[in-house]
Structures are given as structure tokens and as C-alpha cells.
Write a protein that binds this ligand. Sequence first.
Ligand SMILES: NC(=O)c1ccc[n+]([C@@H]2O[C@H](COP(=O)([O-])OP(=O)(O)OC[C@H]3O[C@@H](n4cnc5c(N)ncnc54)[C@H](OP(=O)(O)O)[C@@H]3O)[C@@H](O)[C@H]2O)c1
Length: 293
Amino acid sequence: MERRPLGRTGLETSVLGLGAGQVGSADLDDRAASALLNGALDAGLNLIDTAPSYGLSEERIGRFLSGRRREFLLSTKCGYGVPGVEDWTPECITLGVDQALRRLRTDVIDVLHFHSCPSEVLQRVEVVDALRRAVAQGKVRVAAYSGDNAALQVALSNGAFGSVQTSVNVFDQRALDAAVPRARELGVGVIAKRPLGNAAWRFDTRPAAHDVGQYWERMKAMAVDPGDMDWGELALRFTAHAPGVSTCIVGTANLDNLLRNVRLLAKGPLPEARVSALREAFRRNDAGWDGVI
Ligand SMILES: NC(=O)c1ccc[n+]([C@@H]2O[C@H](COP(=O)([O-])OP(=O)(O)OC[C@H]3O[C@@H](n4cnc5c(N)ncnc54)[C@H](OP(=O)(O)O)[C@@H]3O)[C@@H](O)[C@H]2O)c1
């Protein structure tokens, strides 16, 4: 599996990481969750992304992978969800780091993101300083921001973050015009979230969920014909090889899909003409298509 530098953090990530949102679902039993997590490492992925809001995900990563901790980079998020403490306060960050370390059964988090906070929070020096302190104490390697649109630009401007996580996919390309090239110039790593556009092509009618519903509408408007490729291949190769993207964290509950994604990535970038057609279809139809948070 190809590895790339995560900006100037000194970390190297596999081009495919595991988005462990689905690993947190109670619909997935422990055995399947363990097989998925261990299977991801066996397949050469070295980045796992989770969050306190992803159900059982952090706890399962701790339980099933703590014995293999040196084999992967652990990425999670913070800013909310500490009982009895107000969200987005210094105390919430400090206690949130300690709680995440315990749930994840580790002594260091490689990449810790502020999870989708608005610009206003990024301007509170004391909150950002709490994350800096966690880095200085050796509990976190890289301070990072996860978010989109104007707030992402603010995060890139304030110099506190070594890496960012943002939506990049065939149906969500605005970051490719501004934030991703800027991150690249600054030496900030870019983790592409929702890299398959939540696989919107799987639905015959508009799904009710806000995120994949929006992507489904964009897909219809763009009227992309995947041609001789299946949609998964087109979507994955587009995101993984978009200039400036360090790694893409495909979410899956299905080890077969994960292994298929590994094989697809071995095919390398899409032909230039396919990329241009996808970029052009997005630009032509972009009707205020902000990044989906
Ligand atoms: N920071 C944030 O606010 C935020 C927001 C969203 C996402 N994220 C991160 O990004 C990760 C990925 O995002 P996501 O899961 O929302 O979207 P995604 O990766 O674009 O799409 C995930 C969907 O694609 C399907 N899939 C995977 N491989 C496939 C393949 N080869 N062919 C067809 N379908 C395939 C999966 O279904 P199966 O389970 O059936 O494989 C899953 O339903 C999350 O797990 C999380 O780590 C972060």
C-alpha cells in the first residue's frame, strides 16, 4: 500500500485509511468489528479514524487493536461529550483527551481533531491552547481540525493545526479549489473524509439522510456516466489521487469492500480525461454546493 507524508507532521499514512464510523454501530457484532479492524491492518492500512460520537467505535478499537498499537496511526476527535462539562471549553478538551486515551487503551493519540466546531470556537485562544498543551504533554502527536468551508479556512489560517480532515469526493469538490491547495502550500496534511460520497449511487431514490441525500441530488444533477468502471472504482480513485490529498478514510462495515478498495487503489490515478470531466461536471452544476460537514 502506497504511503504518503501527512503534511509536515513527520507521520506517513497509507493512501487508504479506515473510517471507523461504521465500526461503532451496535448492528455490527463484536466478532465482525474485530475482523474488520484486524483485517484493515492485515491489508496494509495504517490509519484508523474514529470519534467519541461514533457509538462503540473508540472502545472497540481499544479492545481489539491495543495489542497491535504500533502498527497504526490513531486519529480521533474531541470538543464535546464529557459528562458534566460544557462543550468546547479548555476543560472539555483536557478531560476529553484523557477519556479518549482510556477508551482507546493507548498512551498517545496520533492525530486529534477538533470535531466540526465553527470558526468562532477556533478563535478562542484558551480552547486551542488546551489542545496545544496535550501535544506538549506527549498525549497527542498532531493537533488537527475536522471541518469544511469557511471554518476550514480559518483553521488553516491560525497555524495551530498540522493536519485537517475535510470532505472530498466526486460530489463534494469545493475543497479541491481552495482549502486543499492551501493546506498543501502550508505543509498541512489532508485527510479526505466521505471519500466515496457516502456511495450515493447505491440508492434508486433520494435517501432521507441529510448527507447522502445531498450527494444523491448532486449525482443526478451531474449526470456522470461511470462508463466501463463501477462507481466505487471511479469515486475512490478520484479522491485518493486528488492533488493535495494525503489519505482517504473510506467508511465500511464490510471487510470484502475494504479489500476491494485496496485492490482498486493499486490501479493508480484515473486517466486525466476522466478527472477533467468530473471536475467540469461539478463546476457546471455547482449550485452553492458547499462541503458537506
Ligand atoms: N469529521 C466528520 O465530521 C466526519 C463526517 C463524516 C465522515 N467522517 C469520517 O470519514 C469516514 C468515511 O465517511 P463515510 O463513511 O461517511 O462515507 P464514505 O466513506 O464516502 O462512504 C461509506 C459508504 O461506502 C460504502 N462502501 C465502501 N466501500 C465500497 C465499495 N467498494 N463499493 C461500494 N460501496 C462501498 C460503505 O458501505 P459498506 O459498509 O456496505 O461497505 C459505506 O456505507 C467516516 O467513517 C469517518 O471516519 C468524518
